[in-house]
Design a protein around this ligand. Structure first.
Ligand code: NAG
Ligand code: NAG
Ligand code: NAG
Length: 355
């Protein structure tokens, strides 16, 4: 709509040089705002320029009215008034929403109907239209609209995860800033567990701040950062994704491991006790040490010593030092009874000194 108006306005401009002053008097009113967009940070002041040209000589204007309004997003949406001005009554009618923060910069009847708007809010964002009616100037386009773009930095976005971060599942990472004007653009980047930037996983999709990951695996674990940015600033959030085996979370895993350890320990104790109690002393022992009455074959030290001796037994040292070689059986007996009398460490040190 506005471009159409603009074209017509340009056409008029083009025509002016070729048209005689007499004919130009027949041409109509025109209203113009120089720029298509006026940017202002929320809370700041802005000036929206608007001027008009009329066939009526300014000093001879009998009656005129100026109207500023905020248009809806769509042509069918209702407009809301900002202010109305009537000349020569000098009546200024300001919408309560704008009371105290809007006004003309000069006298409208002099051709300049620009306004200032202070302490701009997000609600001021949108199309603003300037309209001028002048008595006896009936033709032409008497309105012009512009965009008032109120800038608001994106608020720190919220990162969230939807779905179960388990092998084979599809998950969605969401990112949203409560505030931001113009509406922020969201971008997800992701880093592996060593914090190295990596490309989005294959088949993933980014749309409106939502990152969809399909058939996730442990490889997808890492840090996901969403940056929400518009033309003035950016803000980001960070979410850690740890993809787990199905139906397991950290607590459950720890629980299962803990329970398994306890079960194993109990099993080990049970097995140990049963075996120890059921083990009968070997017949050899009873036969080999018949004379020693105090000797208890169940006593651990002997068993341990026997084992020790069997392991460390070296042929060259067999009974040489301590016993006469009276026969195999005696030697056997000696071999086995000796460790009970001599501390296990002794034969070893002697063996060393021998050689
Ligand atoms: C905005 O305008 C108001 C008056 O409406 C004035 O008090 C204030 O200082 C202005 N602020 C800036 C940043 O110009
Ligand atoms: C999911 O990924 C695994 C390997 O990580 C693959 O074997 C399996 O076929 C995939 N499933 C689907 C439905 O793509
Ligand atoms: C995201 O968070 C992780 C862990 O809190 C941290 O190591 C990493 O540096 C963060 N990345 C960014 C870009 O903030």
């Amino acid at each position: 709509m506005s471009t159409k108006k603009k074209c017509r306005f340009k056409l008029q401009c083009l025509c002016f040089p070729f048209v005689t002053p007499v004919l130009s008097a027949a041409l109509a009113i025109s209203v113009s705002i120089p720029k298509e967009v006026y940017e202002v940070a929320r809370g700041d002041n802005v000036t929206i320029p608007c001027s008009f040209k009329t066939t009526v000589v300014l000093s001879k204007i009998i009656a005129m009215s100026v109207h500023w309004a905020r248009l809806g997003k769509h042509p069918e949406d209702p407009a809301s008034k900002i202010l109305d001005y009537y000349y020569p009554a000098n009546e200024l009618d300001i919408n309560a929403k704008y009371e105290g923060r809007v006004g003309f910069l000069s006298k409208p009847e002099m051709g300049d109907v620009s306004i200032y708007l202070s302490k701009v809010t997000l609600e001021d964002n949108g199309l603003v239209e300037c309209a001028v009616n002048i008595a006896k100037d009936k033709d032409g386009v008497n309105t012009h609209a512009t965009n008032l773009l109120v800038l608001v930095a994106p608020s720190k976005p919220l990162c969230s995860l939807e779905g179960k971060a388990e092998y084979g599942q599809d998950i969605m990472l969401k990112c949203f800033s409560e505030e931001g004007s113009p509406p922020p653009i969201y971008k997800w980047t992701n880093y592996d567990v060593r914090n190295t930037l990596r490309p989005d996983p294959p088949k993933s999709k980014q749309e409106n701040g939502m990152l969809t990951l399909v058939n996730v695996s442990a490889d997808n674990s890492g840090f996901f950062i969403c940056t929400s940015s518009n033309k003035i600033r950016s803000a980001s959030c960070n979410i850690t994704v740890a993809v787990m085996p199905p139906s397991m979370n950290i607590g459950m895993t720890a629980g299962i491991i803990g329970a398994s350890v306890v079960a194993l320990v109990i099993l080990a104790i049970v097995v140990y006790c049963c075996c120890c109690r059921n083990t009968e002393p070997s017949e050899e022992y009873e036969m080999e040490v018949p004379g020693e009455e105090d000797y208890d074959p169940k006593a651990k030290p002997l068993k341990n010593s026997k084992e020790y001796y069997d392991e460390k037994n070296e042929p060259g040292h067999n009974g040489d030092t301590y016993y006469d070689d009276d026969g195999e059986e005696e030697q056997e007996e000696n071999k086995r009874s000796r460790p009970a009398m001599i501390p296990p460490s002794k034969p070893r040190s002697m063996g060393h000194s021998d050689s």
